[in-house]
Write a protein that binds this ligand. Structure first.
Ligand SMILES: NC(=O)c1ccc[n+]([C@@H]2O[C@H](COP(=O)([O-])OP(=O)(O)OC[C@H]3O[C@@H](n4cnc5c(N)ncnc54)[C@H](O)[C@@H]3O)[C@@H](O)[C@H]2O)c1
Length: 216
């Protein structure tokens, strides 16, 4: 099979296109132009055409793209045409909010389990609907069993910074090699592991820097 080499900024844009195209498809839209996609996602139409050229010439010259076909192609490339079970470690404010965020499931990412070390949180999840139906909070010692049983490939770290490295190691130990880390700390992981750090504060600091530059 030929493996396409697509630069990461393009992959990020394809994800934006996919979200918009799926909405357009749900609304029953048949044909869409690169101009319309560009306006909707805030990207110049020439860039949209260039990105979509990865799929070959299946647009209709002078008309646009069939929304349904394009959706399928982009989602196939992004591998979101299949469900991805995900675990979250840390069932605190952030972990629970993500576990109940419908937007993840809409895109095929199903949070199948939360893990925590807090026995109160674990005990209460068994008897309450606080997190959501059928979504238990497991003790951390169950991580390996659940990951293997449910064939989990992705994990989200939502524990305090001081616990994040050991949680990353525990995830890697079970075979999870694609990780999103929300803890504000740099984690050391082996080369085969892909880790994405998400830090709201960094983005806010970029905004504050830019505001400061404008007012100086
Ligand atoms: N990236 C962002 O923009 C962003 C935003 C908010 C919070 N955060 C970070 O996300 C993390 C979680 O934040 P929060 O507000 O949900 O905190 P929280 O205190 O509400 O929840 C943390 C949870 O982790 C559990 N925990 C602690 N050590 C653990 C371990 N070793 N194994 C399993 N569970 C463990 C705790 O029992 C608790 O339930 C923190 O690191 C925080 O700094 C990041």
């Amino acid at each position: 099979m030929k493996v396409l080499k697509i630069p990461e900024p393009t992959v990020v844009r394809l994800s934006l296109y996919s979200r918009f195209l799926n909405q357009a498809n749900d609304k029953g839209m048949d044909i869409i132009s690169s101009d319309e996609i560009g306006v909707a996602v805030g990207i110049p139409s020439a860039q949209v055409r260039k990105d979509l050229s990865y799929f070959g010439e299946f647009g209709i010259r002078g008309v646009g793209y069939r929304v349904k076909d394009l959706c399928e192609q982009v989602d196939k490339l992004l591998c979101v045409n299949q469900p991805w079970p995900v675990v979250i470690i840390g069932a605190g404010h952030l972990g629970k909010a993500m576990a109940t965020y419908k937007g993840l499931l809409d895109r095929g990412f199903e949070v199948v389990a939360l893990f925590d070390t807090d026995s109160d949180a674990i005990a209460s999840s068994a008897s309450s609907e606080e997190v959501s139906d059928n979504l238990p909070i497991y003790p951390l010692r169950e991580l390996e069993r659940v990951v293997q049983e449910k064939k989990i490939k992705m994990g989200i770290i939502a524990v305090p910074a001081e616990s994040a490295q050991s949680i990353a190691e525990a995830l890697i130990q079970t075979g999870v090699a694609s990780i999103i880390n929300f803890a504000p700390v740099v984690l050391n992981v082996p080369e085969h592991v892909e880790i994405r750090n998400i830090d709201l504060t960094v983005n806010l600091e970029v905004l504050s820097f830019n505001l400061g530059m404008r007012s100086s």
